[in-house]
Design a protein around this ligand. Structure first.
Ligand code: NOJ
Length: 762
């Protein structure tokens, strides 16, 4: 076939010019040479073609494309004017398009196939926010590896994940897609997900390219409204938003996606500071950047470009390598080069980046590497995947309240009422980004609980939740105002010993384009909860949600609350195993739960202000609300267990250290209960005086510790200059001399603390 001739040509180019040295060249250099030999063969149009990404002709994950484009897309594919596709899935379809690229185009360059494999392909893991609650990096990496293996089996070789946007605003629907509010936890999780998707090398056909997104600031949309304006200080940009992106580059991520939002007046897609100066410059990122869907042309709406041509020039000059569905590069870049508005060297650089990744993936050796129908059939949905997603689902559950040890439930002799539409829902647990999974494929809570047959279990819906959606046009309807099913649920509760209520958001009420102003229990679920409580207060509330919810009434009245997010295909089994104590919960919140929507943005690593609240009720001149506390309902890092843990003896190996030294900090953790369990031990610091004001607490490390009943362990952390450094007004990461506090505990509101001092050596 012709592409083999091309490979031969590329090999000959290498061999003839550098025969004697080739064995000593690193693989990377070999690839660079292959890229060089291919780029010299390319016309300007073919180069621009590599920068052009089309959506497939059927599924969409953005605004619907213009009519009648399929024929043009096919023609462009044949002319070598397409470098990658998105939303094409299934070996048959991938193979058909790859065949056009490698057999009908002049240079036979294979395509990349991108897809939003966000929390699984067909076998669905918990939503990323839920997985973040596990704080279990190994489980998170494994979950990404499962997603990669399953997606790669259907021909996909690139996922648009992980989303590493630090988010502080639960009104924003996409908090479900990230790792929550903390830059340190977010960085660790970003690396774990990238290692999971990409593996160690691409010679395996089970790994795919990852994509760190959305670069940058997207989660800081004003008032939590998706796509809204973002204005943040340098200090917030560098210390809070950028660290997980930096961690992604260090983890070897091959691609980045920029974002829809403007950042301090400049759209991210046209932002040279972000893309050229920081990412490709200071961080030396060698992969490529894809625009978000149509975000090049959206610079016209932003009021930053007058037309698509100017938008193309701005985006390319700013470092945006691939155009996803704006059609702007293909239409205008050639003319822009001819007119001198865009340098061809910039296009060459973008093409090189893309080709390098294609070589690294092995697509030039075998463009059909991911196209094997038999393998596809035996791989999708296989049992090992089910076991893997069940494992991470259990680890993602957070126990928020358990008064009088109402949980775990006894396994026999009880009458249990299960109430709530979400309890029997087999689609909602799949969450928002499950565009390849089939409806009704999750295990419901009802199904999971039925496996425990020692109790009498009866189910009543009580109230509808929401939602209508066609497969790819997303719509959410809040249609739950009907209380006609209340009576049956109340009467069932009255006759039962314990009531398990599964309430919250449908899986499609969070995600892209699903910002909400009221983040309480949707519809009439709050009313249902209060009515049931009147007849039987012995309630276990199981929350299903893709964002922190505002649930002050439940927190005050309901004895047990289990945060169960949207947990994916194995959701009901995971929840049942935790309810019945076959799995002891160990999750910790990756995002603060507010008491009141008016507190948002609320996050643990806030600043102290000049007027922190000092418990002086006689004065109003403190930073506070007249009608609500400052504190959250549940803080970042919080989560209970069926075990009881006690922290004591916080010790420092010394109280002062300098540049090349370190301090060991240790604490004793004891399981004072009769139940074996796991605890996430968290280390926070506070820098008391900084050249930029510093947060009241910053997470700096954590360890997952398992303890048998009555067992104690000493847990040790290291503090060195890397622990305390931050981005200073000198535009550098620096550790500043001075006094610090250190805190250790099982939540960000821990009060177990000590002090140390840092003296920079001269
Ligand atoms: C828009 C989303 O913002 C992005 O995250 C996603 O990867 C693309 N659409 C492609 O579906």
């Amino acid at each position: 076939m012709k592409y083999f001739r091309l490979i031969l040509f590329l090999t000959i180019c290498n061999c003839s010019s550098v025969t004697s040295q080739i064995s000593s060249l690193s693989q990377k250099n070999v690839i660079d040479r292959k890229v060089d030999s291919l780029v010299v063969l390319m016309t300007l149009e073919e180069k621009i073609g590599q920068l052009n990404q089309y959506n497939g002709f059927w599924d969409i994950t953005g605004p619907a494309p213009k009519d009648g484009l399929a024929a043009k897309k096919y023609q462009d594919l044949k002319n070598g004017l397409v470098g990658s596709m998105l939303n094409v899935k299934g070996v048959k379809d991938v193979r058909a398009l790859q065949k056009i690229a490698v057999e009908q185009t002049r240079l036979h360059i294979p395509l990349l196939f991108g897809f939003d494999v966000i929390h699984g392909y067909k076998t669905i893991s918990p939503i990323p926010l839920a997985e973040a609650a596990s704080w279990d990096l190994e489980a998170i990496q494994k979950s990404a590896a499962i997603a990669a293996e399953e997606a790669s089996a259907v021909g996909i070789n690139w996922t648009f994940a992980p989303m590493v946007d630090v988010s502080r605003d639960p009104r924003w629907g996409r908090v479900m897609e990230g790792a929550g509010e903390d830059p340190y936890l977010g960085s660790r999780i970003a690396a774990a997900r990238i290692h999971g998707f990409q593996g160690n090398d691409f010679s395996s056909r089970k790994t795919i390219l990852a994509c760190a997104k959305h670069f940058a600031g997207y989660a800081f949309a004003e008032s939590g409204r998706d796509y809204n304006t973002v204005a943040v200080s340098d200090e917030t940009l560098y210390n809070i938003i950028l660290p997980p992106f930096k961690a992604a580059t260090e983890a070897g991520v091959k691609t980045f996606m920029n974002s829809f939002n403007e950042l301090n007046g400049i759209p991210a897609t046209g932002n040279a500071l972000l893309q050229r100066t920081i990412l490709k410059g200071a961080w030396n990122f060698k992969g490529f950047i894809v625009s978000d869907w149509g975000s090049i042309n959206e610079m016209i709406n932003h009021g930053y470009a007058k037309d698509s041509k100017q938008a193309a020039a701005i985006a390319m000059n700013a470092g945006s390598d691939v155009d996803m569905e704006s059609y702007a590069y293909l239409e205008h870049l050639a003319n822009l080069v001819k007119e001198g508005q865009v340098k061809e060297t910039l296009i060459d650089d973008a093409v090189r980046r893309i080709l390098r990744v294609k070589f690294e993936l092995g697509l030039f050796d075998d463009p059909y590497k991911y196209c094997d129908e038999a393998y596809e059939k035996e791989t999708v949905g296989k049992t090992a995947f089910q076991d893997g997603v069940l494992d991470v689902a259990k680890k993602s559950i957070v126990l928020l309240k358990n008064d009088s040890n109402i949980l775990p439930l006894p396994k026999k002799g009880k009458k249990i009422a299960l109430i709530g539409a979400l309890a029997s829902d087999k689609t909602s647990p799949l969450g928002s980004w499950r565009i390849a999974a089939d409806d009704n494929t999750a295990i419901s809570v009802l199904e999971g609980m039925r496996k425990y047959s020692g109790n009498q279990l009866d189910y009543s819906k009580g109230a509808d939740v929401t939602v209508g959606r066609t497969q790819f046009i997303w719509e959410t309807k809040i249609n739950a105002i009907d209380k006609s099913d209340f009576a049956a649920a109340i009467s069932l509760a009255q006759k039962s010993d314990v009531v398990v209520m599964v309430l919250g958001e449908h899986g499609l009420e969070t995600g892209e384009g699903r910002s909400r102003t009221d983040i309480g229990l949707p519809g009439v679920q709050q009313a249902l909860l209060e009515e049931v409580y009147k007849v039987n207060p012995n309630i276990v509330l199981v929350l299903n949600n893709g964002r922190p919810l505002v649930i002050p009434w439940a927190a005050a009245h309901i004895p047990a609350i289990l945060e169960a997010w949207q947990l994916g295909t194995q959701s009901g089994n995971a929840i049942a195993q935790v309810l019945y104590g076959d799995y002891n919960p160990s999750g910790k919140l990756p995002m603060t739960f507010p008491r009141n929507v008016g507190q948002i943005p609320i996050y643990y690593n806030h600043k102290n202000t000049g007027r922190p609240l000092m418990n002086e009720p006689e004065s109003v001149f403190w930073s506070h609300y007249s009608d609500e506390k400052n504190t959250p309902l549940y803080p970042f890092g919080f989560g209970l267990s069926y075990s009881k843990f006690e922290y004591s003896a916080l010790k420092l190996s010394k109280s002062t250290f300098s540049t090349n030294e370190k301090i060991e900090v240790s604490v004793t953790l004891k399981n004072t209960s009769s139940v074996a369990g796991k605890e996430v031990v968290q280390l926070y610091i506070r820098d008391l005086i900084g050249s930029y004001t510093r947060p009241v607490k910053e997470l700096k490390d954590f360890k997952m510790v398992e303890l048998k009943p009555n067992e104690s362990k000493t847990i040790t952390f290291i503090i060195d200059k890397n622990t305390i450094q931050f981005y200073t007004p000198n535009s550098k990461w620096e550790a500043e001399p001075g006094d610090y506090k250190v805190f250790i505990g099982g939540s960000s509101d821990t009060t177990l603390e000590s002090n140390f001092n840092y003296t920079a050596s001269k």
